[in-house]
Design a protein around this ligand. Sequence first.
Ligand code: SF4
Length: 134
Amino acid sequence: MEERIRAEVVGKITKGLMQLAGGNGSGIADLAVMTEPEVKTESGPEDPLENGYMAPWLETAECTSCDECIKLNPNMFAYNEDKKAYIKDPNAGPYQDLVKAAEKCTAQVIHPGLPKDRSEKDMEKWVTRGEKFN
Ligand code: SF4
């Protein structure tokens, strides 16, 4: 009994779909293709390792005013009124300037973050060098 009812329902659905598809049933295959799930094989913008950005930061209160970062890139780093360094403009030079400043910082208070644009030359090398300061 249950089998018969199920067969009737399937038959009615199939008939309805065929009518929707234009009567000859040729559209059924198209409907099936349209509903197949997409398989993504490429990494997209949601891939954090591919496109992850982390803003650089500096622990200004701990700065010892050694001048190293300012000498390296005075457009990127500056002193505040207490002669403590801060990041004036993280985009005022290449990502490698943030990493070099972190390496030179005598107080170890510069953190280069992760770059927005990874197309700069030798970027993976600079990301690796900068990792230990984040
Ligand atoms: S390199 Fe470090 S300690 Fe020296 S001025 Fe810059 S932030 Fe301050």
